[in-house]
Ligand binder design. Structure first.
Ligand code: SAM
Length: 384
C-alpha cells in the first residue's frame, strides 16, 4: 500500500491519502490546482476578516479543508468517499473537526458565503447544478474562485460561470493548472434543470436523474445490453431472496431485477449521494405494488465496505474512473468484495467493455466465469 504523501503549503505540511485505499495506487490526494488556489488565497490575503464560513466545493480528498484548517468551512460534495477521506485526513494530521462541516450535494447549503472555492468537477452538469444552487447563497461581496487542470477547463466550463454567476476571467496556467475568477451579477440566470426526467418506452421506465448521475440523459448502452441478458436469463434463476445493485447509479439494474424476481429484496449501493437519491425515487415510481416497494434498501457506501448482508445475486456495471482519473481499481475492489458477500451458489453478473478482459481474472478469483452474451463492444459475464 502506498504511504501517504506530504502537501507543503503556507499553512503547514500535511500528510494526505486518497480513498478508496487501493494497492499500488500511484496517485496523489491533491493536484496542482489545489496548490495554485491555496497559494493565491495566501498571496492575495483573502483569508483574513472572513465573517461567514468558507464554502469548499468538490474538495476531492480534503486538501483544501486541511490546508485551511484554522477557518470555519463547509465542504459540499456529491462523493461520500471525498467526505470520508477528508475526515480521515483531518485525523491523520491531528486536526480537530469542529470547524469543518460536510454538506451532501442533495442538501441545501446551510449559510451565505464571502469566499467560495470550487474544484472543477468531471461532469459539467454537476457544475451547472452547483452554480445554480449556489446563487442564492452569494452576493456582490462574495469572492468566487474555481481551480482545475487546464485540460479540464473548456470554453463551455467558462460559459457556465458567465451565464449563472457573472463576468468571468481566468489566470495564466501554472504547472498545467488554472484559476477561474467569477464576479456575482444579480441579473445572471440561475435556472436549475435537474433532476431531469427521461422516459424509456421500450423498458417502460420513467427515470429521474440528478445532475451527477451516470448516463443521466439516456439509458447507458452497456446497461441496456445487461438488461437484455437479465430479461433472458434472470426469470430462470432460482428464487433470489436478496439482490445487490452495486454501483447502482439511477438504479436501473435493480429496478429491472425487482420486476423479474419480485420476491427479492434489492439493496442499492453507490458512493454518490445523487445516485442513491435518484435510485430511491426511480424505484418508487417504477415498481407498482406498495408491498414490493417497501422491499428495498438504499445505501451511500464505498463498494461493499463494512457490509454484512450476503446476497444470492450481485449486479454490477462497474465504474471506470474516479473523478478525472481513469482505472479499473474500484471495479476490482467491487468484484473481490462481491466474492465474500455471496451466499453459497450465489453469482456476480458484470457488464464490461470487451477490451478490459475481465474473464480470466474473474475465473481465477471465483473459480468459475461464464460469458452470458457479447457484442462488438461489451461482454456480460457471470462469476460464481
Ligand atoms: N448501475 C448504473 C448503470 O448501469 O447505469 C451505473 C453504473 S456506472 C458505470 C458506475 C457507478 O459506480 C456510478 O454510479 C458510480 O457513482 C459508482 N461508484 C463509483 N465508485 C464507487 C464506490 N467506491 N462505491 C460504490 N459505488 C461507486
Amino acid at each position: 500500500m502506498k504511504q501517504s504523501e506530504e502537501l507543503t503549503i503556507f499553512s503547514g505540511q500535511f500528510s494526505l491519502e486518497r480513498l478508496p485505499k487501493i494497492q499500488k495506487n500511484k496517485l496523489r490526494a491533491w493536484d496542482a490546482a489545489d496548490e495554485l488556489i491555496l497559494t493565491y488565497l495566501h498571496e492575495q490575503k483573502l483569508l483574513s476578516n472572513l465573517i461567514n464560513p468558507v464554502l469548499l466545493v468538490n474538495d476531492a480528498f480534503g486538501a483544501l479543508a486541511i490546508a485551511l484548517h484554522e477557518i470555519e468551512r463547509h465542504s459540499w460534495s456529491d462523493s461520500l468517499l471525498s467526505h470520508q477521506a477528508t475526515t480521515e485526513n483531518l485525523q491523520r494530521n491531528n486536526i480537530q473537526a469542529e470547524n469543518y462541516q460536510p454538506v451532501q450535494s442533495i442538501d441545501p447549503l446551510p449559510a451565505t458565503y464571502d469566499l467560495v472555492l470550487i474544484k472543477i468537477p468531471k461532469t459539467l452538469a454537476l457544475l451547472e447544478y452547483q452554480l445554480s444552487q449556489l446563487k442564492p447563497h452569494i452576493s456582490v461581496n462574495t469572492t468566487i474562485i474555481a481551480a482545475g487542470m487546464s485540460k479540464h477547463i473548456h470554453t463551455s466550463t467558462l460559459n457556465y460561470f458567465e451565464k449563472i454567476i457573472g463576468a468571468t476571467t481566468t489566470s495564466l496556467a501554472t504547472k498545467k493548472a488554472r484559476l477561474i475568477y467569477s464576479q456575482h451579477n444579480q441579473q445572471a440566470a440561475a435556472k436549475i434543470g435537474y433532476p431531469k426526467t427521461i422516459i424509456d418506452e421500450a423498458l417502460d421506465l420513467q427515470l429521474s436523474n440528478h445532475a451527477n448521475v451516470f448516463s443521466k440523459d439516456s439509458l447507458d448502452i452497456g446497461a441496456r445490453f445487461m438488461i437484455e441478458q437479465m430479461q433472458q436469463y434472470l426469470p430462470e434463476q432460482r428464487n433470489c431472496q436478496h439482490i445487490i445493485d452495486l454501483g447502482c447509479g439511477n438504479g436501473v439494474l435493480g429496478i429491472i431485477a425487482k420486476r423479474l424476481q419480485p420476491q427479492a429484496h434489492i439493496s442499492f449501493i453507490d458512493e454518490s449521494y445523487m445516485a442513491i437519491d435518484s435510485a430511491k425515487t426511480n424505484f418508487n415510481q417504477n415498481i407498482q405494488s406498495d408491498q414490493n416497494r417497501s422491499d428495498a434498501s438504499f445505501l451511500t457506501n464505498d463498494c461493499l465496505e463494512k457490509w454484512n448482508n450476503k446476497a444470492d445475486l450481485i449486479l454490477c456495471n462497474p465504474p471506470f474512473h474516479q473523478a478525472h482519473s481513469i482505472g479499473d481499481q474500484i471495479a476490482w475492489k467491487m468484484f473481490r468484495q462481491s466474492k465474500d458477500q455471496l451466499n453459497k451458489g450465489g453469482e456476480l453478473w458484470i457488464i464490461g467493455n470487451r477490451h478490459l478482459a475481465y474473464h480470466s481474472k474473474l475465473k481465477r478469483l471465483f473459480g468459475n466465469c461464464q460469458t452470458l452474451a457479447s457484442n462488438k463492444k461489451f461482454v456480460v459475464l457471470k462469476a460464481y
